[in-house]
Design a protein around this ligand. Structure first.
Ligand code: F6P
Length: 339
C-alpha cells in the first residue's frame, strides 16, 4: 500500500517517534510505501506531499516537534472530502495515518464516514481523550511543569513570596494535577473542581503560617466558582478562543487578599517543546507500530489506544465522543495535602 502520514493540531513531544514507528515497521514487515503530508490537513488540500522513505525517519524518536509540520487547518471548510479524495487519487495514496488530538480525530472520523481509508493515532499533552488511558506528550509536559515548579519554589522561598504557576491543559486539569502533586504544591486549581477565592486564600495563609512559600498551580481552563472562564479575545484557526490569563488573575487576588507578595509564571508552550521523555518515546513508538498493523489489517475508522499496559484499537467515534476529565476523587486525594 501507499500510505500518507500527517500530524495536525498543536504539536506534542513524541510525534516524530510515531512517524518513525509507522515507517520502520511498515517498511520492514509490510513493505508499504510512505509519503509525508506537510502541515497537517493543509498539505492534503493544497497537495503539499513529499516522499517519506525510511532514511528520513532515522534517529527521530528523541526529536521534539514534527518533521512533517503541523497546523490547525480545517479541510472541511477548504474543499472537504472530495478534494481530499482527488489529491489522494493523484498520488495513488491508499490510506492515511492521521496523528492528532480531538479536533483532528473528529475530522478523521468524518473522512472515514465518507469512505476514506484512515487510522488515527491520539496525541495531546492535555491527556483529555477518553478512549485511551494515556496520550503521549503528557508525561513530557508534566515533567517540564514539575521541574519548573521546583525551580520557582526555591526563588519563592528565598523571597518569602507566593508563586503561582499557570499550566496548559485546555478544558481539563491533568497537567496541573500531576505536576502539582509531583512538586508538592499547596493548592491545585483545575477546571473540573470549583474553588472559591476564600478556599484558595485559606490554603495560601496556612502555608504562610508555617513559614512556607505558598505554591499554587492553576490550569489555564480553571475558573473560580461562579465566574466565567478567562479567554483571550484571540481565537485559533478552528475559531476556538485561546485560553490563558487565569494565573495573573489568581496572583492579583492572592496578593490583594493576603498581603503576601505574589508572582505569576505562565509556562505556556515550554510544556510542548524539546525532547520527549523516555515514557513518551516508548508509548509513541508503540502507537506507531500498532497503527501500521491496523492499516495493514484494514481496520479503517479506528484509533490505537492504551488500555492499562496494552495497546488496543477503538472506534474513532468512541474516541471523539467525550473529553476525559479529572475525576473528583483524584483531586480530593491531592487536596488532603493542600495548605
Ligand atoms: O491542546 C494542546 C494545547 O497545548 C493546549 O493545552 C493549549 O490550550 C493549546 O494547545 C494552545 O494552542 P496553540 O498552540 O494554538 O497556542
Amino acid at each position: 500500500m501507499k500510505i500518507g502520514l500527517l500530524t495536525a493540531g498543536g504539536d506534542c513531544p513524541g510525534l516524530n517517534a510515531v512517524i518513525r514507528g509507522v515507517v520502520l515497521k511498515g517498511d520492514r514487515i509490510y513493505e508499504h510505501e510512505f509519503v509525508g503530508i506537510k502541515d497537517g490537513f493543509r498539505g492534503l488540500i493544497e497537495d503539499d506531499i513529499v516522499p517519506l522513505p525510511r532514511q528520513k525517519v532515522r534517529g527521530l524518536s528523541k526529536v521534539g516537534g514534527t518533521i512533517l509540520g503541523t497546523s490547525r487547518f480545517s479541510p472541511i471548510t477548504h474543499g472537504g472530502t472530495e478534494r481530499v479524495k482527488e489529491v489522494m487519487a493523484k498520488h495513488e495514496i491508499d490510506a492515511l495515518v492521521v496523528i492528532g488530538g480531538e479536533g483532528t480525530l473528529t475530522v478523521a472520523r468524518m473522512f472515514h464516514d465518507d469512505g476514506i481509508n484512515v487510522v488515527g493515532v491520539p496525541k495531546t499533552i492535555d491527556n483529555d481523550l477518553s478512549a485511551t488511558d494515556r496520550t503521549f506528550g503528557f508525561d513530557t509536559a508534566v515533567s517540564i511543569a514539575t521541574e519548573s515548579i521546583d525551580r520557582l519554589r526555591t526563588t519563592g522561598e528565598a523571597h518569602s513570596r507566593c508563586m503561582v504557576v499557570e499550566v496548559m491543559g485546555r478544558h481539563v486539569g491533568w497537567i496541573a494535577l500531576h505536576a502539582g502533586i509531583a512538586s508538592g504544591a499547596h493548592a491545585i486549581l483545575i477546571p473540573e473542581v470549583p474553588v472559591t477565592p476564600d478556599e484558595l486564600c485559606d490554603w495560601v495563609q496556612r502555608a504562610m503560617d508555617r513559614r512556607r512559600a505558598p505554591t499554587v498551580v492553576v490550569a489555564e481552563g480553571f475558573t473560580f466558582a461562579g465566574t466565567e472562564q478567562i479567554e483571550s479575545d484571540r481565537v485559533d484557526s478552528f475559531g476556538r478562543p485561546l485560553l490563558g490569563g487565569i494565573g495573573e488573575a489568581v496572583t492579583r487576588l492572592v496578593e490583594e487578599r493576603t498581603g503576601l507578595e505574589t508572582r505569576n509564571t505562565t509556562l505556556g508552550h515550554l510544556q510542548r517543546g524539546g525532547v520527549p521523555s523516555s515514557y513518551d518515546r516508548v508509548l509513541a513508538t508503540r502507537f506507531g507500530t500498532a497503527a501500521i498493523d491496523s492499516v495493514s489489517a484494514k481496520r479503517w475508522g479506528t484509533m490505537v489506544a492504551l488500555h492499562g499496559m496494552d495497546i488496543a484499537n477503538v472506534n474513532l467515534r468512541d474516541a471523539t465522543s467525550a473529553l476525559k476529565t479529572v475525576p473528583r476523587d483524584q483531586w480530593d486525594e491531592a487536596a488532603i495535602m493542600f495548605g
